[in-house]
Ligand binder design. Structure first.
Ligand code: NAP
Length: 314
């Protein structure tokens, strides 16, 4: 079993396993398949699991956690770091606590380790006005932490201007911002900003989400990464994951495949050289654009990808 290193954020008390298993599964598969992959991952050493209300994977994750305790793979749920997310249609004052309580009920847990606002876009809900600021939503997030329903609160897909706006009026700052990050979308500006503010970044789509509705093959087919992988006798996926790890970020990577779950863990006992890091630094940058269309429309606060992403798309 691999012992996955942890990242500590002294300022907030956050300790998070550097690598976790993503639970946004595309195409959607059966609960049994997901549960069995999660149990296998726990046996391999995974302790960090990332789900969301919208993923339809909360139920199998909850079932797998119970089963892992029954089988003795873990002694207690406290050994795990469990993240879930508030979906945009519930990002309204008055909806946050009920949404979190429903998530806990589906997961069969008493608390989460981390609860995130899934996206700064707010989808229209009958009876609510748009656009709406983050202030009242964040107050409900703070309340959920104070009530002990989640150990930490954070955001996801927040670019620096939206983070700046949120930070103006918070009592508990976000512990984590979970964003797309990989060698072809390195997020240098956002990383600097979050470092300055003491917000830890968790990287999602570290392989560019190859093979999903929202991803691209750009990372996995990148010539620079292929050359480095060949020279090091590693896979391109491992080079992507190692690069994110060396930037000090935690990583969420999705695979339900036994071999790839194992392969993705084998990144902690070797290093990229300075020369390799420099080559990766020079890769041309491009944010994914698919999967974001539903947040951009005349009805929404964001009318273009640039507005949603604070102009940071390449
Ligand atoms: P990803 O982890 O970059 O890529 C997943 C894809 O890569 C899957 O098709 C997977 O297929 C394949 N894969 C995994 N390991 C591989 C390897 N070693 N070699 C070759 N292919 C490999 O993308 P992601 O799923 O978008 O991101 C990971 C997680 O981050 C998600 O599951 C979710 O939990 C989270 N996420 C969050 C947000 C957000 O808005 N907060 C958005 C996207 C993702 P197999 O399963 O067949 O191995």
């Amino acid at each position: 079993m691999v012992t996955i290193p942890e990242v500590s954020m002294g300022s907030t008390g956050l300790v998070v396993p550097s690598l976790g298993m993503g639970m946004a599964v595309y195409p959607l598969t059966s609960s049994e398949t997901m549960k069995s992959a999660i149990l296998h991952a726990i046996q391999l050493g995974y302790r960090h699991f990332d789900t969301a209300a919208i993923y339809r994977s909360q139920h199998p994750l909850g079932e797998a956690i119970k089963e892992a305790q029954r089988l003795g793979f873990i002694k207690s749920r406290d050994e795990l770091f469990i993240t879930s997310k508030l979906w945009c249609s519930e990002a309204h004052h008055g909806c946050v606590l009920p949404a979190l309580k429903k998530t806990l009920q589906i997961l069969q847990l008493e608390y989460l380790d981390l609860y995130l606002i899934h996206c700064p876009a707010i989808l229209k809900l009958e009876g609510y006005e748009l656009p709406m600021g983050f202030k009242s939503i964040w107050e409900s997030m703070e309340k959920s932490q104070k009530l002990g329903l989640t150990r930490f609160i954070g955001v996801s897909n927040f670019c620096y201007r939206k983070l700046e706006e949120l930070l103006v009026d918070v009592k508990i700052p976000p512990a984590i911002n979970q964003v797309e990050m990989n060698p072809v979308w390195q997020q240098k500006k956002l990383r600097e900003f979050c470092k300055e503010k003491g917000i830890h970044i968790t990287a999602y789509s570290p392989l560019g989400a190859k093979g999903t509705l929202w991803g691209t093959n750009r990372a996995m087919e990148c010539e620079v990464l292929k050359q480095i992988a060949e020279a090091k006798r590693k896979t391109v996926a491992q080079v992507c994951l190692r690069w994110v790890y060396e930037q000090g970020m935690s990583i969420i990577v999705k695979s339900l495949n036994k071999e790839r779950l194992k392969e993705n863990l084998e990144i902690f006992d070797w290093m990229l050289s300075q020369e390799e890091l420099q080559k990766i630094d020079g890769i041309s940058q491009q944010k994914r654009s698919s999967g974001l269309e539903e947040f951009i429309s005349e009805e929404n606060p964001y009318k273009s990808l640039d507005e949603l992403c604070d102009g940071e798309t390449s």
